[in-house]
Structures are given as structure tokens and as C-alpha cells.
Design a protein around this ligand. Sequence first.
Ligand code: FES
Length: 228
Amino acid sequence: MTESTPVAAPRRAALAPAAPTHLSADIVARARELIALYPEPRSALIPLCHLAQEQDGWLTPEAMVDIAGLVGVTPGEVLGTASFYDMLHTESVGKYVVAVCTNIACLLGGAAELLEHAEDSLGVGAGGTTGDGTVTLEEAECLADCDRAPCVQVNHRYVGAQTPESFDQLIDELRSGARDADIPAHGTLIRVRRTTGIEADPAAVVEERRAAADARAAREAASDGGGA
Ligand code: FES
């Protein structure tokens, strides 16, 4: 009987960064600015997902490939992360995502009746998109606007408590473009565009990246020693 040769556990293959082909030059430029703020490029994954949604309204498979190349992970890891968060959509949504909160404070304030009215007037159930692609209706958990029940958000902007009548008026205003100034198309977040409040000292970023690399190398060395 021959002695079997120990086989080392396969290490994660190094990912060759691929040039973005789907995201626009403007989006990629901002993505690189965001990546530069973090010790690890992959830490910018979620902000980059929001940027991609700014372009397409949702996270397309092509955008996920670009994001993966930009931060050094696989497209599957982008999908695995994005699918965890309600604000990130991995399937097509309407220009306006209208979320009706049905958590306790809003439920007591008539949310169930409002959602039922919204489904009837839009002709889609919660989770559905109107045939013209304008509105996706969502049933949401607490949106942190409990004192204005029943709370409604459109594209993550608060629009205050709604009655069935005011809801219909809101939808009319969205369709006519009358709310374009305060409610941009789905995916547009100020957070990934602001230029103040998230600035970082470049020297500090370099130092944090070095420390992170050292810590990673130490973990890998300890892992190799433990498996010997
Ligand atoms: S319960 Fe509806 S916003 Fe909090």
C-alpha cells in the first residue's frame, strides 16, 4: 500500500481585476473614489451597489460583474451580499419603489387598509410592478417614521402619512413628473455622491491598509502552521 501524498487545501485564486464594461465612466470614477476611502477595497462593495442602482435602477448581472472586478471579489459574492439588503434590488424594479410600512405603529394607523387600497388602485400585489414599469409596490417593516403613520416611502424618501386619497394623488404626481424635484428615480442616493463627511486622510488609509494586510498575513501564517 502506497502512502498517500498530503494535499494542501486550495487557496482562493487571485482574482484578475477586469475592466468595467457596463458601468459608465462617471460611475466608475466615483466608485474608485469610494474604494480609496476604505482600508480594504471590498469594504466599498455596498456603496458601489448603490452606485450601480443609480445607473440602472437595480443591480443587473452585468453591474455585479463590474463591481466584483472593482473590489476584488467574485460576482457571486456581490450577489450574496446584495441579496441580504432590502435597499438593494437584484431584480428589475419600477422607476418608483413605493414602500408601505405595515409594522405595529402603522398597522394601528390604518396601514393594512392603505396597502389594500394601493394594491387595488395600482393593480398589483405587494412586490409587484405596474405594467407600465412606473411603480413597484412594497410592504415594508418599520421605516423609522412611526409618528406619521401609516408611513410611506418612495425611493427611500419619506412622503409622510398617507390616506387612500392622498396615496392616489401621490401616484398621479409621480406619473406626471410633478415630484421629480424631491423624488429622483430609484437608486439615486445622496450618500454615495456627497463630498463632505466621508473624506479620509489618504495617509491614514494607507496605514490602515498596511495594518490590514499584516493582520491577514498573520492569520494565514497561523492557519498554515495549524494545518501542518
Ligand atoms: S411602524 Fe411604520 S414607520 Fe415605524
